[in-house]
Design a protein around this ligand. Structure first.
Ligand code: SF4
Length: 379
């Protein structure tokens, strides 16, 4: 039986960050009903992965702000997971955490729970930048949180770092990066700020109150990031993810490797090779629909070409790329031929590389990967 991933979306946040377009809200009164619904969903949906108790390889609590949950709430959730899933081969259990939640008491509680990986949303170590995106924590809190997690015994710590923040200079980003690289961490996810329609930042930009960083700025930060991380022994294994040897995120890698996963909670996505499902992005409707025994979700059956497009878009995000012979085994000689024909332009310009039957992005392509990938998809 193939081992799968379990994602649990915790939709609560104490306040909304200005760039955020994830499904989250501050209605904490729904917490208890949400957990009841989650337990119901984890029982009834286990069959999405396999008959019997699905074997889990990874569990990931994302959000929202999962670190807002109490020890007792986590215990209830883990009790349910143990009841309906087989954890005997489970290798990685990650909690996404906000620095302001990581008090000494909270970290001690997390150590008593089964988490063996913690992913901390630092985003920046500059207080003015943090205020500009309406994060709740300060740079000092972020530094303390990481050190406290390491001191408490977490040996697999990841941090998120953003660039292209409002009014950010290259020097400021470099300084945040310098401090991050002095932390006891094993993994970094670093992304350019994305100006999502519907977010507060987007509205401010539309009113002319803020300006988006230009491509030259983002490219400078991107290359700075890659070179500083390489000097410190972090390997890039995906466009935005870097790890010390042995600390690649197993859960996130499973998305890029096409493993099956079940997403529980409002707005969570699931995939089992045959269909993709998206839970309703409303905690109230999520709870009500599970109570009624009619989960509110969209289901998208995956045809041959959609699966091929997913394959290209996920495998080529990784530095390893993919073996075209394996791709042919899944999708047939016609799509292999199509893929290689479409790849010609980027192979010629050096944006794609083809070695030992593997197709992958070159270093030159990492900043312009979207256009390279879009050439290969089946339109
Ligand atoms: S903590 Fe995360 S999920 Fe919550 S508002 Fe901020 S970015 Fe969004």
């Amino acid at each position: 039986m193939m081992e799968s991933g379990l994602y649990i979306h915790v939709p609560f946040c104490a306040s909304k960050c200005d760039y955020c377009d994830f499904y989250s809200h501050s209605d904490a009164a729904l917490r208890s009903d949400y957990i009841d619904a989650l337990l119901l969903e984890m029982q009834t949906e286990a069959a999405f992965l396999s008959a019997g108790k699905p074997m889990l390889r990874t569990i990931y609590f994302g959000g929202g702000t999962p670190s807002m949950l109490s020890e007792a709430e986590f215990e209830r959730i883990f009790e349910g997971i143990r009841c309906y899933y087989d954890l005997s081969l489970c290798e990685e259990i990650t909690l996404e955490a906000n620095p302001d939640d990581l008090t000494i008491d909270a970290i001690q509680a997390l150590r008593r729970l089964p988490f063996n990986r913690i992913s901390i949303g630092i985003q920046s170590l500059n207080d003015a930048e943090l205020r500009a995106i309406h994060r709740r924590h300060t740079a000092a809190q972020a530094l303390e949180a990481v050190h406290a997690c390491a001191a408490a015994g977490f040996q697999n710590i990841s941090v998120d770092l953003m660039y292209g923040l409002p009014e950010q200079t290259v020097e400021q980003f470099e300084e945040s990066l310098r401090q991050v690289l002095n932390l006891p961490i094993q993994h970094i996810s670093s992304y350019a700020l994305s100006w999502e329609e519907g977010s507060v930042l987007y509205a401010k930009r539309m009113k002319g109150l803020l300006k988006e960083a230009d491509d030259a700025f983002l490219e400078t930060c991107y290359h700075l990031l890659a070179s500083r991380l390489a000097e410190k022994g972090f390997e890039r294994y995906e466009l935005s993810n870097f790890a010390k040897p042995g600390f690649v995120s197993k859960h996130n890698s499973s998305y890029w490797d096409g493993r099956w996963y079940l997403g529980l909670g409002p707005s969570a996505h699931s995939y089992n090779g045959v269909e993709r499902r998206m839970n309703v992005a409303s905690t109230k409707r999520y709870i009500q629909s599970l109570r009624n025994g009619k989960p509110d979700r969209e289901v998208e059956p995956l045809d041959h070409y959609t699966r091929y497009n997913d394959y290209i878009m996920t495998r080529l995000r990784t530095m390893a790329g993919f073996d075209v012979r394996e791709m042919e085994a899944d999708f047939g000689v016609r799509l292999r031929y199509y893929c290689m024909q479409q790849a010609k332009k980027s192979l010629h310009s050096g944006l794609l590389l083809y070695e030992n039957f593997r197709l992958r992005l070159s270093d030159k392509a990492l900043f312009v990967s979207d256009s390279v990938l879009s050439d290969l998809i089946w339109a």
